[in-house]
Design a protein around this ligand. Sequence first.
Ligand SMILES: O=P(O)(O)OC[C@H]1O[C@H](O)[C@H](O)[C@@H](O)[C@@H]1O
Length: 751
Amino acid sequence: MATTEDPTNPQLPPVQALQELPQAQQQLQQTHSSILPQYPEMIMAAIEALDDKNGSNKSAISKQIESTYPDLPAAHTTLLSHHLNKMKQSGQLLMVKNNYMKPDPNAPPKRGRGRPPKPKAPVPPGTVIGPPRPRGRPPKPRDPFAPVASPKKKTTSGSGRPRGRPPKKSNTEAAPTSAPAAQAKGVKRGRGRPPKVKVFIQPNYLQNFVQSTFNALTAEKVRGATLVVSGDGRYYSKPAIQIIIKMAAANGVRRVWVGQNGLLSTPAVSAVIRERVGIDGSKATGAFILTASHNPGGPHEDFGIKYNMENGGPAPEGITDKIYENTKSIKEYLIADLPDVDISAIGVTNFGGPEGQFDVEVFDSASDFVKLMKSIFDFESIRKLLSCPKFTFCYDALHGVAGAYAKRIFVEELGAQESSLLNCVPKEDFGGGHPDPNLTYAKELVARMGLSKSSSQVEPPEFGAAADGDADRNMILGKRFFVTPSDSVAIIAANAVEAIPYFSAGLKGVARSMPTSAALDVVAKHLNLKFFEVPTGWKFFGNLMDAGLCSICGEESFGTGSDHIREKDGIWAVLAWLSILADKNKENLNGGKLVTVEDIVRNHWATYGRHYYTRYDYENVDASAAKELMAHLVKLQPSLGEVNEIVKGIRTDVSKVVHADEFEYKDPVDGSISRHQGIRYLFEDGSRLVFRLSGTGSEGATIRLYIEQYEKDSSKTGRDSQEALAPLVEVALKLSKMQEFTGRSAPTVIT
Ligand SMILES: O=P(O)(O)OC[C@H]1O[C@H](O)[C@H](O)[C@@H](O)[C@@H]1O
């Protein structure tokens, strides 16, 4: 299957309108420079208005400015401190006992030349003071795209992981500087294939998005906050992390947490936000995740950035809308002139600045996630399964970030052989491959599992799985057997209470995206569980989970997860399957035949019936042709009589269409309504045809056609799915006039 995208990637404004950094940006200006006076002017006016003969302290000046100008930038306090400092240094202001005042014009001239000596400012307890700022012209902002120094290896204790509190690194002063991000015309926000690296590295492109994000957040989510910055390790992540760190410092963030080498999977970021407590008791309020999901990486490939909120899930539409609006009008961003941080070594780097401390903590990328997984699954029973010689296992990380977790979890914690790991060294270009876990791109695994023509004679492993670049997707395989993602989530839900300790008290509810097959619905009905059908996109599950309505959810697009975090979780899905296998095999690990992946799936079909399922993708179709096809299908919908006449004219052996609509979703938690989420034709026997335009296709439009047929008779659940679905496929193609509209006689990809 050839999908493209990362839908959670906000698209950024075109860069041609953005300016280069000026050579020496000396004056810090506020974002709303066109509306507000300059800071020095506002400060002088505030001191005058306060009119205190002993001068006024920073907080009084700040309040005075806030009461005069309601529309101050989010970085107001940083900007104020910076300018007060500068004005003090230049002699424009005097500081006496923490109070700022104008110098007395009648005071006798100072002896000697140059600027007056600095009065000593009291330092708050615990502040780490950096080296004195050098005299003269302030330093030039660094080249934001300068290559990062090659990482120095740090010696660690024998275990490979350093113990105890991470060491402190050097102290350096953090002085915010700013640079203009000239008027930029925004482009369509939202889902879509992320831009190429070459777009991202254009001057100010990344900075525009990052500052627009800071400006879209409420002040308490930025000022004094802890933020996570990391990603799937793709090309350009390292320079991007350095830029974001410096911008975070200038925007008043208190500390930044970075996974070692900048690596954190998307699910691990979610776990870190929700679970990690810093050495000083701090919790993160959000994260910049650098990834383009399952799209290729490298200098000529894709890059992406997304923001997650303090619940660990993707930013909601309200925030992404604001970010988008900001990217259109942003004129300036804040960046501190700090040295690069060595993100290869675990430890804390302290920077003292005008605002106090700013820290960057580099931490082990896997430990928080491993801890969370151990609290969910019974590692001991999985360990027994993996150490049973009859049970063979293979995991393919496709050179994505999952490799960093696979080694720790499957090998170190669960005792799998090192040789069971394929492509588990994260690479900036994913080894030149397409890190998308499906039958098309996970070639090596598919061959090893005996599912391709190039499979060798060697007996395939019992269980195989793969992940995408940022490790939130998964593909589950048995020996010569493919588990559809729709079946996978249904099977996990059906077995969770018995096999996974986290769910032992029962499931709160289950949910799937609309085009995902109804296999999960049948399980929900059987087990009397709350059930939700949401539009495509993981964010729709987040609300349900936050409200305690849903425990397990999944999508046909290789995403499965639970309420342990607010992202889909590729490694979690594998551990869920291993738990089910361990549970089903607990009596026969020492003798007898193993219950296989295929057995589990076939037994499931025998109990609940089978949803034959396939997806046809028509990629890079002319966008207007795709729209016309969709409009044609919508136009047909009101007259079911006419639809059924057409259907019967095509095939007499399919059942009757009983309902046709465009899927619309009312979020039961916040009441928001999402319309036009796909065209559905529902048949009397439970079959479905769904037509959707991909929100993530690369060029032109991608039409996705989902075809599903329910078979309850257990004697008929073993057929080949393409063969079983052939009549419905014919109806779908002719009813939609696929060839007429698109000129295509066959889909690009069949899953
Ligand atoms: O079908 P598309 O619009 O291309 O998107 C399919 C998928 O894209 C991403 O992986 C999202 O995280 C999923 O939630 C979504 O199901």
